[in-house]
Design a protein around this ligand. Sequence first.
Ligand SMILES: Nc1ncnc2c1ncn2[C@@H]1O[C@H](COP(=O)(O)OP(=O)(O)OP(=O)(O)O)[C@@H](O)[C@H]1O
Ligand SMILES: [Mg+2]
Length: 344
Amino acid sequence: MTGLSRKSSSAQPKDNLSPGDVDTVLEARDLHVLFSNGVRAVDGVSLQLHRGETLGVVGESGCGKSTLGRTLCMLQVPSSGKVLLNGSTISDMKGRNLRAARKNLQMVFQDPYSSLDPRQRAGQIISEPLLLAGAAKAQRQARTYELLDLVSIGPSGYSRFPREFSGGQRQRIGIARSLAANPKVIICDEPVSALDVSVQAQIVNLLVSLQKKLNLTYVFISHDLAVVRQMASRVAVMYLGRIVEIASADSFFSGPRHPYSAALLSAVPSMSISATRRKPIPLAGDPPSPINLPSGCRFHTRCWLKEKLHSPEICSTVDPMLAGEGNHQAACHFQHSVNAKTGD
Ligand SMILES: Nc1ncnc2c1ncn2[C@@H]1O[C@H](COP(=O)(O)OP(=O)(O)OP(=O)(O)O)[C@@H](O)[C@H]1O
Ligand SMILES: [Mg+2]
């Protein structure tokens, strides 16, 4: 991608801060989502989202990114675990309290074609959250024009239908709608994946400028590591429902500590990632079934590092927890060997 804004350094928590130093807006504690078909889509995720940051969430298709995003804003009820917003446990809330809390958490979806009701005009679509919140008509209209301006659609867009906009403009309408009720956190689930590359850059720039203007906190879900590198101040890597690495973006992109992350990064030719550039790292086969998870480390069945280390027994017997120095953590028994072995 070209022409993207740089991530905001002011929004980026410093790598050497302890968790108590940062202002946590949203927190997940040991979240699990087990679907009725036996799929463990989210399998023990804990994370803290710091006010003003963008946490990029990456991983292969089916690893649980969208389910985690939906659970963080309570569109999906967790099977167990907690979600806390500003210290209040919203996963225990119901009815009016939950609706009020959820106003602070909004989602922007991947597909601007299917996430907007084709029978509604843009003005109606954007103002719907305000209608649900009981705002009067004049107030709704004024706020909708303000939002159209904020996303650079302009007042003429108010009475047009989704089909009358381009893909990028439709995503702008989706973003305007997500902003209607003044949320604190926006979960962006692949918000630019369905758009042309040139339009992707415009939407990324819009999200960055809105974040600064409105002091928003983002979870930015994407399979595109180049976009995540532009947007994110921290990165979490998911594999089979679990976060296997979480770090500041600078630390992550300069030296991933999980063999899975190193393989993902090495597959992006446009990135100059010193430690992983030397050779593409093979990522054999597809992920195992999320119904029957492997024993020990869930990545061991595809792990290139395990092969290089001559298959240590611990990899297939002991499930590694997230561990590491500073704010860079990885769930790998041999995380200190990852960078040494990538250049072999
Ligand atoms: N409602 C559901 N019922 C049963 N299984 C589901 C449901 N939603 C998702 N899954 C399964 O949960 C797992 C995680 O899905 P999810 O959509 O969260 O992955 P993802 O990382 O967002 O993938 P993608 O990159 O393709 O969007 C997958 O195995 C998926 O098939
Ligand atoms: Mg998804």
